[in-house]
Design a protein around this ligand. Structure first.
Ligand SMILES: [Zn+2]
Length: 65
């Protein structure tokens, strides 16, 4: 569950944004707003982050179960 250092599609560096994204969404900010703030405007970059959120939810289910 490691975010790619760069977007796989367009090559934009995104790895360094992941920690802030994770922290702010955990505090209740909407992922859309945080991605806008971080400059993730392309869908391909946003998809990297959204895909990781889904994975985290899956892992959390396993931990609880
Ligand atoms: Zn991209």
């Amino acid at each position: 569950m490691i975010i790619p250092i760069r977007c796989l599609s367009c090559g934009k560096p995104i790895g360094h944004l992941w920690e802030e994204f994770k922290r702010r969404t955990a505090q209740g900010e909407s992922p859309k707003k945080v991605m806008d703030d971080l400059g993730l405007v392309r869908y391909c970059c946003r998809a990297q982050f959204m895909g990781h959120i889904d994975l985290i939810d899956e892992v959390a289910k396993f931990k609880r179960g």
